[in-house]
Design a protein around this ligand. Sequence first.
Ligand code: IMP
Length: 204
Amino acid sequence: MARRCEGGRLVVASHNPGKVREIGDLLRPFGFKAVSAGELGLPEPEETGTTFLENAELKARAAALAARLPALADDSGLVVPALGGGPGIYSARWAGPEKDFRVAMERVQRELGDRADRRAYFICALAMAWPDGHVESFEGRVDGTLVWPPRGSRGFGYDPMFLPEGGTVTFGEMEPDAKHQISHRARAFAQLTARCFGHRNGAS
Ligand code: IMP
């Protein structure tokens, strides 16, 4: 039985304002007030894990301990089996110091060359930690293939080159709501909310 968390203040263990906003929106219907690790002045731990889950857990644990509040962290990225799993946990780093994802997508395409296997998937690991050290973690995944050239200007990161399985438009071309129905992040969140959170406000 997973440990449950019933509303109140919750730390979003990220210094990325976009991620904090997105997670805050997802948490609000469950009665949580999201405060970011940045707002609380918490240090940013080094992501020394070798998996998405390890990195999400270490970020959540560090924030919960420092803030003495429950904390939620996510770690996500693109995995390309033909590239030995890369960029994987280094997905953000492939964009370089300028965080330019055109550069990151070009690197993926260059390294794939003319390989026939263009399968890829996005992973999102979510970890919820309590100040006593207890952690619950979840992983969501969406499978697809990589297209070139990239298509669409919506979304972020590697979205314009990711065509989800069974689809005709890339994540970069998709309406945000449509992406949120099937994304790795939505799938991980669905598991987290089912196991750790109470009902949505106003829902039975
Ligand atoms: P993190 O902030 O260390 O978890 O890095 C996540 C990185 O993975 C992002 O900077 C993106 O490059 C990539 N990524 C994760 N989720 C998505 C997505 O939904 N679309 C596109 N790229 C994503």
